[in-house]
Write a protein that binds this ligand. Sequence first.
Ligand code: NI
Length: 389
Amino acid sequence: MSNQCKVNQELSDWIITQRRYLHQYPELSHQEKHTREYLKSRLEELALVPTSYTGKDVVADLHGDYPGPVFAIRADIDALEINEETNLPFASKNVGYMHACGHDGHMAIVLGVAKLLSTKRTQIHGTVRFIFQHAEETVPGGAEELVKSGVLDDVSAIVGCHLWEQLEKGYVGFKEGPLMAGADRFEVTIQGKGGHGSMPHLAVDPVLVSTHAIQQLYSIVSRQLNPLHPAVLSIGELKMGSSYNVIPDKAFFTGTVRYFDPIIQQSIRESIQTMLDGVCTSFHASYDWKYEVGEPPLVNDPSLTSFVEKEANKIVSLEQIVQAEPSLGGEDFAHYTNEVPATYFFLGIGEKGHSFGHHHPKFDIDESMMIVGTEILSQAALTYLSAKE
Ligand code: NI
C-alpha cells in the first residue's frame, strides 16, 4: 500500500468519526446550536478562525500562502423531524430528530477538506471558504439568508455535493445546467355554503368543488404542458368537514409545484388560477388562493461543472463519473447558483433493493463515499487556486 493510501485511510477514518458524532446529535433547521459549536471546535483545531454571517451558520476561511480568488465549498447542517429506525450504534440521541438526508455526511466531508487543505497552504493561491449552512430543509432557508448577508460577495466559484441514494454507490454524478427543480407552494380555500347533508340543493358543497378542482389541476402537467419540459404538481393536504351528515362551509388544500424552467412555472401558476375560476363559477362557489414562490431551480454553471468533473477524474475512474439525473426535489444551493458560477454534484450511495431513500427513518449513507467527496472537493479547490501561468 502506498503512503498516499495510508494517509487517505487515516483521513477517511477521521471523517467517519466526525459523521458518527454529528449523526447522534441532529438538530432542526434554524436551531443547529450544538452542531455549530462542534463544527467551530473542529475548525479551531485546524487553526482556522470560524465566524458567522447570519448567527446560524459557521464559515471559515483558509488562506493560502499566496493571494488569489476565493473558492467556496458548502455543506448543509440541519436534520429532520423523523424518528430514527436504523438501529445503528451511533443512532440519534435527540429523540424524534434524525439526520435522514445525509447532511451529517456533508459536514464530515467538508471538515475533511478543511483538514486536508490546512496542510497545503503553500500550494494555495487564494482562499478556500468553508460554508456550513444552516436550514437547508426549510423555506425560507439558510442559503438565501447567507447570500443576503454577503457570504458570496468576494467569491469566484462555489461547489457543493449531496450523498445521493438515487445514484448507485461508487458513482459520482455531474450535470451542466438544471439539476434540481424550483419548488413552490400554493394554498386554496374553496368557499361554499354549509348545510344539512340531506338537503344538498340548499347548500354549495365545497367537498364536490374541491375534488373537481383537484382533478382538473392534475391535468395541467399531463395535458397542458409540453411533455419534454418536466414539471410536477402535487396536492399534499386537503381539509374539510367534521361530521358525516353535514355539508361543510369550506374546504382547504395545499400543494407543491416543481419545475426547471421559469416559463413552465408561470404557465402552471396561470393554469391553476384559470381552473379555480372555472370550477368555482360552474358550482356557484368562490375561492381564495395564495401562490408562494419557493426555492429557484438549481442550475449548474457549465464551465465550472466540467472543470470539477475533470478534477474528479484525478480521484475516481472515468467509468465512475456519470451524467447526474436531474431531480424534481428542491435544494437551496440554488440560491448560490443564481449569484456566482456554482456547481453541485451527487455522490452515489444507493444499493438497489437495500438502501432506503432520503428522509426515510431507516436512511443511512455509505460512509466510504465521504472520503471520495473530500478528495474531489480538495482537488478542485487546489487546482482552482493553483499558481496561474
Ligand atoms: Ni439534503
